[in-house]
Design a protein around this ligand. Structure first.
Ligand SMILES: Nc1ncnc2c1ncn2[C@@H]1O[C@H](COP(=O)(O)OP(=O)(O)O)[C@@H](O)[C@H]1O
Length: 190
């Protein structure tokens, strides 16, 4: 169970809409954890806090990243929206007193993914996309896949993200490419 003060703080920090999305991600993460045999408590906390770095008050993300000693790569410098992952990890440690490394990594990598993702990282990445509040063309296909095969779902979701980011003319984070390549190589080895 997430403590009440955390609910209040998160709602205040990221706003009601994102907070409601976070509750959706928390519930979906717990469902997926149950299905795939992962500790539900970790999934609950990681899902709940995944966007804790998406601060509502428009702040200078580059400046705040510096204050939190986050080393930014070139893609993050060009697309500061991506900073909320690593920033979320730092805020989870400092302000929500999270120490569990699995939870912290799931928060950190929930937008980009990465090579060698843990089961919890996969769960939160996928839950972020399929939680009940998400309504976009094709979401039902991804939802169904999530409950059948998490790796297939992750690959599908990574592909979709890459296509989306390309359509916006933005840089793609290298961790996303690496995550996708690894899943395809593993699939070919099967
Ligand atoms: N792998 C990626 N590489 C580069 N940019 C990305 C990547 N994934 C997402 N983004 C960018 O970051 C933005 C925020 O992503 P995200 O937090 O997942 O979106 P949402 O607000 O829907 O939860 C996206 O709109 C996109 O512009």
């Amino acid at each position: 169970m997430i403590e009440q003060w955390m609910h209040e703080k998160l709602k205040k920090d990221i706003g009601e809409v994102r907070y409601n999305h976070s509750i959706g991600v928390m519930n979906t993460s717990m469902e997926l954890a149950k299905l795939y045999g992962y500790p539900e408590g970790e999934a609950e906390l990681a899902g709940f806090l995944h966007d804790c770095g998406k601060l509502k008050d428009k702040i200078n993300l580059l400046k705040i990243a510096k204050e939190f000693d986050i080393i930014l790569d070139n893609v993050m410098k060009h697309n500061p929206e991506l900073i909320h992952g690593p920033l979320g990890e730092k805020i989870a440690i400092k302000e929500y007193k999270v120490t569990n490394k699995n939870v912290l990594n799931a928060i950190r990598y929930h937008t980009t993914g990465r090579e060698n993702m843990s089961l919890l990282e996969k769960i939160v990445y996928v839950a972020d996309i399929i939680e009940p509040g998400r309504k976009f063309e094709g979401v039902d296909t991804i939802r169904q896949l999530a409950y059948e095969d998490i790796d297939k779902c992750l690959l599908y979701a990574l592909d979709r993200t890459i296509v989306f980011v390309i359509s916006k003319g933005k840089l793609i984070h290298l961790d996303t490419i690496k995550a996708r390549n690894q899943l395809i190589i593993l699939k070919d080895l099967e």
